[in-house]
Design a protein around this ligand. Structure first.
Ligand code: AMP
Ligand code: GLY
Length: 427
């Protein structure tokens, strides 16, 4: 035994590239395999042609290849029960069970747990009948928020200013625009305030909060345009007061404790999306995984042996002392393909990544990229690259991230120019 742990990492986005970089830094990381990964990940990891959402296939491959830790990046494999199958095969796994992942997989389930845990969140009702749902929306009126209940890849949330907009959203959900996710529709109270993400690691008993981060969900500068998976992010978030942070941590601890009391061990990353309202932080949603792009600013700032910490989450020995933070700041700007989050073209040659990465404190995480026949990097998705800079001040991190963005080029390169401005302007 060399004491090294071979790792299988599931996922293909910027979040997984950031996880890979941090896992590879661990003194106990052995060989790392990735299914399927992206164009930036194969320098450090071996690509495995495996269906990451097939629990049996993942467990069988991991067993056959003597994997010592399976790390699940995205939500779909979690909800499909991949962690359950891997653990049943006797292999340590980072990520919650299918049952626990319902905190993300079903808004209704999450709302019920929050109610039992006494956690503040928007008042809501859920419906399976379009007529009843529409009648309720007419009764309460806009502004109001309509959400498809299941996983809808970041879409499926309609923040409606008027009753008419809300009714259109209800019809859209029930008419199958978001697939099966729209069979149950949640209608909730509109909350107001800045948003903040708080990722936390937990083994089901102990919860270790990571740093705060603020995502930018809208496609265009000034928070205009459609919702996206996230256009940029910074960490930490100074507008969050100590009192608000304490409340957010308490909320996450109560959720994990409530699940435990109900016989569900939640281990892995719990991601709380919060709105900082005048009445204190309220939960927008929980995710059962690391945030994307939050991970790309939180992990570079974190001082920890990620392999050890992930194993501790799995085996119930997580220790808050294993995670430390410095005083530095991180800003990440997402470069997208023109047209995203709508239709966009793929296969454009990307240049300048090496030059950008050579700037001090800069790491370019790949998201939607692939390698061409001659090893050239090509665009392969809507969110293409996450250009991240870490520096001793916020201003330096922001300036460096944008300087790096200017060195990278591909046809259709699009990005927001105002990432992090709210950090300077305040709430
Ligand atoms: P979700 O996927 O539930 O986080 O929703 C995506 C985005 O929609 C959030 O980041 C918010 O910007 C917005 N949103 C969701 N729910 C609400 C709400 N109850 N009030 C106001 N905005 C909301
Ligand atoms: N940053 C949004 C998400 O990961 O869902």
């Amino acid at each position: 035994m060399s004491g090294k742990v071979d790792i299988l990492l599931l996922g293909s986005g910027g979040r997984e590239h950031a996880l890979l970089v941090k896992l590879a830094e661990s003194p106990t990381a052995g060989d790392i395999y990735v299914a399927l990964g992206n164009g930036g990940m194969y320098e450090r990891a071996t690509k495995v042609d495996l269906d990451a959402e097939d629990p049996k296939a993942v467990a069988a491959w991991a067993l056959e290849n003597r994997i010592g830790l399976v790390v699940i990046g995205p939500e779909a494999p979690l909800v499909a029960g991949v962690a359950d199958a891997v653990r049943a095969a006797g292999i340590p796994c980072f990520g919650p069970s299918g049952e626990a992942a319902q905190m993300e997989g079903s808004k209704k389930f999450a709302k019920q747990v929050m109610a039992r845990a006494g956690v503040p969140t928007a008042a809501y009702r859920s419906f399976t009948s379009e007529d009843e749902c529409a009648a309720y929306v007419r009764q309460v009126g806009g502004p109001i928020v309509v959400k498809a209940d299941g996983l809808a890849a970041g879409k499926g949330v309609i923040v409606a200013k008027t009753t008419e907009e809300a009714l259109e959203g209800v019809h859209e959900c029930f008419s199958g625009a978001f697939g099966e996710a729209g069979a149950t529709v949640v209608v909730e109270e509109m909350m107001e305030g800045p948003e903040c993400s708080l990722l936390a690691l937990t083994d089901g008993k102990t919860l270790v909060p990571l740093a705060t981060a603020q995502d930018h969900k809208r496609a265009l500068d000034g928070d205009r345009g459609p919702n996206t998976g996230g256009m940029g992010v910074y960490s930490p978030v100074p507008m969050v007061t100590d009192d608000e942070l304490a409340q957010m941590i308490d909320i996450e601890k109560r959720v994990v404790a409530e699940l435990a009391a109900e016989g569900i061990t939640y281990s892995g990353c719990l991601y709380g999306g919060f709105m900082l309202t005048d009445e204190g932080p309220k939960v927008l949603e929980f995710n059962a995984r690391f945030g994307d792009p939050e991970t790309q600013v939180v992990l570079p700032r974190m001082q920890a042996d990620l392999v050890g910490v992930f194993l501790a989450c799995d085996n119930g020995t997580l220790d808050p002392h294993d995670v430390r933070w410095g005083d530095d700041w991180a800003v990440s700007v997402v470069l997208t393909s023109a047209g995203y989050p709508g239709a966009y073209e793929k296969g454009k040659v990307i240049t300048g990544i090496e030059d950008a990465s050579a700037l001090e404190g800069v790491t370019v995480y790949h998201a939607g990229t692939k390698l061409g026949e001659n090893g050239e990097v090509l665009t392969n998705g809507g969110r293409v690259l996450d250009v991240t800079a870490v520096a001793p001040t916020f201003e330096a991190a922001r300036a460096q991230a944008y300087a790096a963005c200017d060195l990278i080029d591909f046809e259709g390169k699009t990005f927001r120019t105002d990432i992090g401005l709210r950090c300077i302007q305040g709430r």
